[in-house]
Design a protein around this ligand. Sequence first.
Ligand code: T4K
Length: 374
Amino acid sequence: MSKSRLRKALHVGRPNIPNKEKILSKLSEVLDNKWLTNNGPLVQELEHKIQQYLGIKHCICVCNATIGLEILQRALDLKGEVIIPSFTFIATANSLRWQKIRPVFCDIQSDSHLIDPDRIEELITEKTSAILAVPIWGQPCDYPALEKIAKKYSLKLIFDSAHAFGCKAGEKLIGGFGDAEVFSFHATKVFSTGEGGAITTNSDELAKKLRFMRNFGFDGFDKTVCLGTNAKMSEFAAAYGLSALEELQSVIDHNAEIYKGYIKQFSQFDEFNILRYPQQNYSNHQYAVAEVPADFRDNLVHHFHENDILVRRYFHPGCHRLEPYKSDPSYNKARLPNTEKVASKILVFPTGYQMNNEGMNRVFDAYTSFVKKK
Ligand code: T4K
């Protein structure tokens, strides 16, 4: 696709750029401070604001969610096997594998696409050290059920909440569940720092350890206290993030309108099922997710792409069907019927500021022309 066509296309994950003047003034603050990274004042300000927003004790900003997941696993001393859904972005599984921990794939509930707590116990062995669940599409997991299993088997419970910044489980914002949660602030996310992420926890001890680990293990100038790495967020990323945080609610409100538009437009087609969110929860509506019959899903994706609407098949075909797990014979026995069924039907639509009435009509017109062709 040519550059100009790509620019005009509708993307899943097009960044919602905050007010340019505000970003530039924050960036100029960074330059004036002559402090570019290493737990600078803007990173600290962003962490403080996120703590207040989520109502949690600690927010540790990091360079991306994948590294965030890795240092969290290290800090909690996870080993052996960790149970995760296969229906997630590959980073969830790879963060474990990179630590030489075996991801054990659990099936999902076919309606919510969330890890199925009823399928977890059968996967627990003496090697299991944790459950790593994913509030997929920003939907809350079944926290009471997961907490009960974790407690029963003395497992750690952590969340890859990459999709869930600004989402609520009932009245409670996601961020304080389990031992810790990890958010992604990647360019494509509802709240972004370009590249970035954060680990949130209510544990003082864990937060302290994570802060050391993020900075090579340093406690002071020349003393290290643990095995650390470089997981720091830069001041430039924090400057962008502080501007983005001010606009988060308006992005969420905009997405909620776009979501309503998708429901309205597509409800007339029986074969089209837009994922609904239970009334008691609150979503950032970053992902507008539809299920369509598997027998025409891929042709439909092709048709949308021809019309410059770059819908996505997240998270097809499931991590267990992607490398390095696909060709690992020890994963041959994974039985994940719901994951495979859901992965064959999913379509994710563009959301965010790029979408307006004209954009919605483009999507709808493309679908009606597909129906006529069918
Ligand atoms: N866990 C979960 C459950 C996740 O979903 C993710 C990331 C992670 C962990 C890891 O988080 P980080 O370590 O990244 O913080 C995208 C994102 O790159 C990825 O962050 C995200 N999940 C995943 C769901 O989606 P791709 O490979 O689909 O990205 P890409 O490059 O195709 O971009 C998506 C669309 O956005 C394209 O059509 C182009 C457009 N785009 C992208 C960028 C970067 C723009 O218009 N501008 C941009 O700056 O993975």
